[in-house]
Design a protein around this ligand. Structure first.
Ligand SMILES: *Cc1c(COP(=O)(O)O)cnc(C)c1O
Length: 493
């Protein structure tokens, strides 16, 4: 493809994408294909001779589009939202047009410098303490691929710091603390690093938030047993129910254990801190007081297309100490002098994408006010949905709504009340019906043995009508599920 062919194909690509967005709402939310559909449809090897580009884009429409789940569809309420804006799409386009691996400052000075600037903008926008910013050259922010990688980086840095201070402790004695509600990234970090993980209990009475007392008891037990907890991964906005660990209590306990690193995983909820009114809910004051590192995903609730995970540390030296390997061919004048950031020492890979470009585009085009408007609008829609659930006689909230996340279940009012096991059965029937539909998407979860359904609002195109329509569908399927379940089990309400 030469430059003029690219110009033509590029214009056509943008036209196709625009058409796609005009028709997005009328498309199925979930992919209606069977496993292996694409292997059956595509040739078993790459073509021997190059093919016509028009044919390739036609096949994109024909084979790829039907296999896509539309996470940015206005009726997508599953998992958590994925950021999606045209500004970010264009940022990715420009980034792809100047391919460079950005591993050190001189690989492309703009790539490193823009990242340090926008990560400081973002830190300020979210209210993070100035010690997390790059400009002071002590802490700093870096864009990671995912929150999982950010957590892994935090664990590696924490381990390095801890073993420096405790050189005689063998790795079998080291312990990563998470809770039973921590995202799978906690257990995965243990798997990857071959370290033991302890999941601290959280209870329904505490809305699944980790309490200081629980942490203190665990620390006393483990330290008495000769074990060495060296990091706690706390969560602001757990995946199942949006729980926020009691970081204030946790921070106070950790004051007695100053070698333990506190990483705060706020992959989804952290972006809400852009609004001053949600900062307390997100425990911003405690993050600023006690957190060693903090992560939130712009690629979730933060308007930037995947991938763009914001990760900040208070002390960049512990990160660099853990990850700096500098062979001769990576040495540079500025790197040796320590006058620049070499981001290869802040993450696992060597090369990295120029992701700050899309974050820069989005931050500038939306402004802080645009971010705030969007977050407020989605929380408002989430609250509207939660009110519909509260007022209904068929459904009930399982936990208090958290920002734009509502966890609920079908719970017909009956006397005596339907026992939990039966309610779970009923809700599985209900969820099977809902998830068989292609016009809407939710996620199931389990909270201490209670099967429930999650509704997360966040797609940029979701309006009040979509939320009301979602509720109508739930009522319809709820009724049908109840009938189906009564028929199958002989239960009569
Ligand atoms: C989504 C989510 C993650 C995982 O995010 P990735 O960027 O996909 O790794 C981790 N923690 C929480 C709380 C999440 O909501």
């Amino acid at each position: 493809m030469d430059i003029e062919q690219f110009r033509r194909a590029g214009h056509e690509a943008i036209d196709r994408i625009c058409e796609y967005y005009y028709t997005l709402q009328d498309r199925p939310v979930t992919a209606r294909v069977e496993p292996g559909y694409l292997r059956r449809a595509l040739p078993s090897e790459a073509p021997q001779t190059g093919e016509n580009f028009d044919l390739i884009t036609q096949d994109y429409e024909k084979y790829i589009m039907p296999g896509l789940t539309l996470w940015h569809h206005p009726s997508f309420f599953a998992y958590f939202p994925t950021g999606s804006t045209f500004e970010a799409v264009l940022g990715d386009l420009y980034s792809g047009s100047v391919p460079n691996p950005g591993f050190n400052w001189s690989a492309s000075p703009a790539s490193t410098e823009l990242e340090t600037v926008v990560m400081d903008w973002a830190a300020k926008m979210l209210g993070l303490d100035s010690s997390f910013r790059n400009c002071a050259n002590v802490g700093g922010g870096v864009i990671q691929t995912t929150a999982s990688e950010a957590a892994l980086v935090a664990v590696v840095a924490a381990r390095s710091r801890y073993t420096k201070q405790h050189p005689d402790v063998s790795s079998e004695k080291l312990l990563i603390y998470i809770t039973t509600q921590t995202h799978s990234l906690g257990k995965k970090a243990g798997l990857v690093l071959g370290l033991n993980v302890r999941a601290l209990e959280v209870t329904v009475e505490d809305n699944f938030a980790l309490r200081g007392d629980t942490l203190r008891r665990a620390l006393e037990d483990d330290c008495a047993a000769g074990l060495h907890p060296f990091i706690l991964i706390g969560t602001v906005g757990t995946t199942s129910s949006g729980a926020v660990d009691c970081l204030g209590e946790i921070g106070l306990v950790l004051e007695d254990y100053p070698f333990i690193w506190l990483h705060v995983d706020a992959a989804w909820a952290g972006i809400a801190m852009v609004c001053p009114e949600y900062r307390d809910v997100c425990a911003l004051g405690d993050i600023n007081k006690y957190g060693d590192s903090f992560c939130t995903n712009f690629h979730k609730w933060g308007l930037v297309n995947f991938d763009c995970s914001g990760f900040w540390v208070r002390d960049r030296a512990s990160l660099i100490d853990a990850l700096d390997v500098t062979p001769e061919f990576l040495r540079t004048k500025h790197g040796d002098a320590g006058t620049v950031i070499d981001y290869r020492n802040w993450h696992f890979g060597l090369g990295r994408k120029f992701r700050s470009l899309k974050l820069w585009f989005v931050l500038r085009s939306f402004g802080v006010e645009g971010f705030q408007r969007y977050i407020r609008e989605t929380v408002k829609l989430g609250n509207m949905f939660a009110s519909l659930i509260r007022e209904s006689t068929e459904f009930a909230l399982v936990t208090p709504p958290s920002l734009a996340l509502t966890v609920f279940r079908l719970e017909p009012r009956a006397s005596p009340p339907v026992p939990l096991a039966k309610l779970n059965e009923l809700n599985r029937v209900f969820y099977a019906r809902v998830s068989a539909r292609s016009d809407i998407a939710f996620t199931q979860t389990d909270l201490s043995g209670t099967f429930c359904v999650r509704m997360a609002v966040g797609a940029t195109r979701t309006s009040e009508d979509h939320v009301k329509h979602a509720y109508e569908i739930l009522c319809l399927e709820g009724k049908a599920a109840l009938e189906e379940w009564q028929c199958a089990t002989g239960e009569v309400q």
